[in-house]
Design a binder for this molecule. Structure first.
Ligand code: GTP
Ligand code: MG
Length: 290
């Protein structure tokens, strides 16, 4: 049974816009959520960006399991042949690492322009990713660092979309939003856990139950310990009763509880967790696509 709903009309429109933006750039920065590097990756990314060089960022790495993130870095590098970096909103050291990679990835394009007799120019880059993975935070960080020196270009509306980050890099200031087109419900749930899917597309209690279940597969005692549960039975109702979240008739307020559990995860109160497990893919035939 499918519990998370997609809107095909929006997808077609979003894809068209994304393709138009992609036509303008030399290099693509793909942002993944480090807590779910597989589920937050767009399965059709190769088809979409074609031969354009790509830098992959595992963002929100302050919230992800550092051990699993190391595995993911290695795995994605091997699978895609793209450079991969971990980033987090609070870490400004990311900026120079990102820019160095972008310049490196864009160099062949600039060289080919020069060989054709054209003038060298800055590498044009854009940020793409699923909703809520941190695209705007990364763009802001890249812009802020150098804004005092250069600022956005003045001119017609079109040109204002480009921000000169340094003499070698021009950034499109609007991110490309990868449309949510996950047919796989397991992945769709994970996108809901990290708040990449609007809550009107799903039932919060169902998603929180799936979350408890999925966390338990990788971190078996975590929920029980965090919510101080005595029973073997781990479910939303138990947690609500334990926390005294009640509705009339002293019944468990499962809706509020579900919301709180997801929120505890989203802000990192449950600890640094990664819910896609790369080991699973090393060990069997089915491999995630990037
Ligand atoms: N802990 C943590 N939070 C982050 C990080 N990056 C972004 N966030 C938070 O995640 C939320 C979404 O970040 P945005 O930068 O708005 O993400 P986006 O991809 O632009 O989202 P949409 O525009 O909705 O597609 C915000 O509340 C950010 O503060 C990070 O590295 N670590
Ligand atoms: Mg944004």
């Amino acid at each position: 049974m499918e519990h998370i709903h997609w809107y095909p009309g929006h997808i077609a429109k979003a894809e068209k816009k994304l393709k138009e933006q992609l036509n303008l750039v030399d290099v693509v920065i793909e942002v993944l959520d480090a807590r779910i590097p597989d589920s937050s990756a767009y399965p059709d990314i190769d088809k979409l960006i074609k031969e354009k060089p790509r830098l992959v960022l595992l963002n929100k790495s302050d919230l992800s399991d550092s051990e699993l993130t190391k595995n993911w870095l290695k795995f994605i590098k091997e699978k895609t042949n793209c450079p991969v970096l971990t980033t987090s909103a609070s870490d400004n050291k990311d900026v120079s690492k990102i820019l160095n990679k972008v310049v490196e990835l864009g160099r062949p394009k600039i060289i080919s322009l020069v060989q054709k007799g054209l003038l060298p120019r800055a590498v044009r880059v854009m940020v793409v990713g699923m909703p809520n993975v941190g695209k705007s935070s990364i763009i802001n960080k890249l812009i802020k660092k150098t804004k005092a020196k250069t600022g956005a270009k003045a001119g017609v509306t079109r040109e204002q979309q480009w921000v000169r980050i340094n003499p070698k890099v021009d950034l499109l200031d609007t991110p490309g939003i990868i449309p949510l087109k996950q047919q796989n419900q397991e992945k769709a749930y994970k996108l809901a856990f990290v708040d990449s899917i609007g809550e009107n597309a799903y039932d919060v209690e169902m998603v929180a139950s799936a979350f408890i279940n999925d966390v338990g597969k990788i971190y078996p005692n975590l929920i029980k310990e965090y919510y101080n549960l005595e029973d073997e039975e781990i479910n939303i109702e138990e947690i609500a009763l334990k926390r005294n979240w009640l509705i009339t008739g002293a019944k468990a307020d499962t809706k509020r509880c579900a919301q709180n559990i997801l929120n505890d995860f989203r802000v990192g109160r449950l600890g640094r967790l990664t819910l896609d497990c790369p080991r699973k893919y090393f060990d069997n035939e089915s491999e995630p696509k990037f």
